[in-house]
Design a protein around this ligand. Structure first.
Ligand code: TRP
Length: 461
């Protein structure tokens, strides 16, 4: 009977599909606009070593824990806690995930829309190479426009909705299996172009040359926080995807594959971006400024720059779209399973509500830019517009979600359940199980508390 029930639930159909979809979630804006830059500023390969350590101590254990929660319960992020710890308040951890995903879906949709719009801008020559264009004012005029970013957001959200409505096998998995290889091909093309430019070595030096003197505590905290964000941890995404993974799959191996893929793509992004930036003697930046202002400037200097520009924004849009889908799926699966709405209704309601929320946030960059709310960052109260305020809030909520998962797996869920999931009921050997259990019980939660507190109080800046 049980077998029958789990057969009926939609899920992934292949190992490659699991990897493409989960890596699709992990590989996003974080890989492209954040990782390369923090690596460059905090000492290149010296920082990469620290980042890999953070992945080992936090990333892998939390990702595996989320997979375990999802697959053992075969439920969405709220249902999972209800099933594994009935009649306890743990399900509120699931509610926290819904809240965080709602916020992230709002602003991620807007940024994905910016990226889509920039494909269009490059196609029509708005970032045109031959004229001297002030890329900064193009960007600020665009994002402060009340309707243009929202229009692009609506298109990308509709696309996400179209993919989500078809479910897992025939929707998310099917499209990830097309989009992720495409992403890989595009990034490799750009890496080749970038590395073959005159003066590319300076960018390589910036990215990779080890400089241990730059490795301060702030660098370590950045690495910890980024490991979380980049691997899509702490808000039920991996948990939800885990619930679609068949029992015959090796969760420990999948965790390792996803993490390695995510890290490799982040490094490739660095190799695509910095050699080109330095070849044209442009100052590197991070975040939206890097991709929407600095890079158009780089492309405008480069032979065949317009083609690479179009390719780059297609790459960025794919990366953002597959991450956006994963965030939305958390809400869709919750509505579908807990409220018993059809998949179609759940998707429509999710898309409409998050798009509306995002469209309001977008006004924070324009019409509402003078409306500021204070937030405590690094111990200081900082005034922010609503767009930035909610992004900052979500940054704080992720480690909290991760902490709940770590404590639940480390201290609450029966060891037998955890072990059975890791070994797929004895199908696989689990030589590292005790290391995992030790990390998730003691080390991971302590490190998360450390990030959390230092983010708020700015202990080590
Ligand atoms: N990992 C994605 C990135 O690197 C962003 C993302 C998607 C995310 N889903 C998430 C971050 C869930 C935290 C939690 O851009």
């Amino acid at each position: 009977m049980l077998e029958n029930n789990s057969l009926k639930r939609d899920g992934f159909s292949s190992k490659l599909g699991i990897l493409a979809t989960t890596a699709g979630s992990a590989i996003g804006l974080g890989n492209i606009w954040k990782f390369p830059y923090i690596t460059g500023t905090y000492g290149g390969s010296a920082f990469i070593i620290v980042y890999l350590l953070c992945i080992l101590l936090i990333g892998l254990p939390i990702m595996l824990s989320e997979f375990i929660l999802g697959r053992s319960s075969q439920k969405n992020c709220v249902g999972a806690f209800k099933k594994l710890a009935p009649k306890t308040p743990w399900f509120m951890g699931g509610w926290l995930s819904i809240l965080t995903t709602f916020i992230i879906a709002g602003f991620y949709g807007i940024i994905a829309g910016w990226s889509l719009n920039y494909i269009f801008f490059s196609l029509v020559g708005k970032l045109n190479v031959s004229k001297t264009v002030d890329f900064e004012s193009v960007f600020s005029q665009f994002i402060s426009n009340p309707w243009q970013p929202v229009l692009a957001q609506i298109i990308i959200m509709a696309l996400a909705g179209f993919i989500l409505i078809s479910g897992i096998k025939n929707g998310i998995e099917k499209y990830s299996r097309i989009l992720m290889p495409l992403l890989l091909i595009i990034i490799i093309l750009i890496v080749i172009r970038s590395l073959t430019l005159d003066g590319a070595e300076k960018g390589l030096d910036f990215l990779l040359k080890p400089d241990f003197s730059k490795l301060n505590l702030a660098a370590i905290i950045s690495a910890l926080g980024h490991a979380f964000f980049s691997l899509s941890l702490g808000m039920g995404v991996i948990m939800t995807y885990g619930s679609y993974i068949g029992k015959e799959n090796n969760l420990m191996k999948t965790t390792l594959q996803v993490t390695i893929t995510d890290t490799l793509i982040a490094l490739l992004a660095g190799l695509a971006i910095f050699p080109a930036v330095f070849a044209f003697n442009i100052e590197p930046t991070s975040g939206p400024g890097l991709v929407f202002i600095t890079l158009p400037n780089v492309f405008s200097n480069m032979p065949l720059g317009n083609i690479f520009e179009i390719l780059f924004f297609i790459l960025l849009t794919i990366a953002a779209l597959t991450s956006l889908i994963s965030v939305l799926e958390v809400i869709v699966s919750f509505l579908h399973e807990e409220l018993k709405w059809s998949r179609k209704k759940s998707t429509l309601i999710t898309i409409i509500s998050t798009t509306t929320f995002g469209a309001i946030l977008s006004q924070g960059n324009g019409v509402l830019s003078n409306f500021n709310i204070p937030f405590i960052v690094e111990g200081k109260s900082v005034n922010m517009n609503i767009f930035d305020w909610f992004i900052t809030l979500s940054d704080q909520l992720l480690p909290l979600g991760g902490l709940i998962v770590a404590v639940f797996i480390g201290w609450i869920l029966k060891d037998k359940v955890t072990k059975n999931e890791c070994s797929s009921n004895g199908l696989y050997k689990t030589p590292y199980y005790s290391v995992f259990k030790f990390l998730i019980k003691y080390i991971t939660p302590l490190l998360i508390i450390f990030i959390f507190l230092s983010n708020i109080f700015g202990l080590f800046k």
